[in-house]
Design a protein around this ligand. Sequence first.
Ligand code: 13P
Ligand code: SF4
Length: 368
Amino acid sequence: MNILEMAGTAGNALPEKYKAMSAGEMEKAVWEIKKRLGSRLYIPGHHYQREEVIRFSDVTGDSLQLAQLSARNREADYIVFCGVHFMAETADILTGETQTVILPDMRAGCSMADMADIDQTERAWTKLQQLFGDSILPLTYVNSTAAIKAFVGKNGGATVTSSNAQEMVSWALKQKERILFLPDQHLGRNTAFDIGIPLNEMAVWDPHKEELIHEGERKDLKVLLWKGHCSVHENFTTANVEALRKEQPAMNIIVHPECRREVVAMSDYAGSTSYIIDMIEKAQAGSSWAIGTEMNLVKRLIANNPDKQIISLNPNMCPCLTMNRIDLPHLLWALESIEAGQIINPIKVERKIADDAILALNRMLERA
Ligand code: 13P
Ligand code: SF4
């Protein structure tokens, strides 16, 4: 069952009561619950979360930082994860048995993570082993289901995030001759290219046609990219970059590596959400920036850096729809459900899957 199917199950609809409350009433109620629960409650928030939610986070971070922080927190009984489903699953895998992870809205999935399911992956693996023998190490972006992480862990591989991808791909290519990189072809291609692997040594595995697409010779292939992508970051195009270079040539362009290779190649800088925040915060007053990433983050950077000119690389960009599912009413509903002793949307990864997935996560965390 994928996330959208799970979200359709009974009991997931926001109760009417929250629709009748004002923002002020909800905010007051959230602050009061936070105060009452104290350190028993922990709210991590990803940088792509809405402003109305992120202000209640105990910590904010990129995917790697949130995974590290979840692994370290042994104090909280309840971890209300303001992010998307794969992040909450990761938090559940990395936290203790007695800690409960809650996702305020089960519809907060990730379309990229849904692009690789475990059956497709098992079939691809069998086929790729026939083509290449035991010469492949699987790596998965953390934006993947727990089942994919478990598959990777069982097969000696690791997870990666956008902030440690170069280090992890370099490590993987020291273990085996080639890698299978799931599920984001763009992060995989951008990372491999940056560490010196030419494009003709990369191939794309199409999970629907079950075929490997490549131009170079098969024996030379080092990086097998799963044909998945982020539907948000694919909306930044070379046409956006060309238009901006023409209209505002002095503007710096900074993008997330989930953007296509051509867009990254034409930009000035590329890196994770934390990298982007860091670059903008340290930039000189008066400098100008076009950012190619999710809109909630771009808007926050604009608000927090009034001394710089900041715009979105794509003027028609929207927020990530699934990140946006976590809003103030759902946050309050999740918190009230804790106090009522009837927790909504607990995220519990099956023990067997968690045991294998943690192998992949730990191989990354040991190096991060
Ligand atoms: P990072 O925060 O790790 O850069 O990831 C971005 C993302 O798309 C999370 O879904
Ligand atoms: Fe998934 Fe892209 Fe949204 Fe990140 S921005 S959660 S990768 S759909």
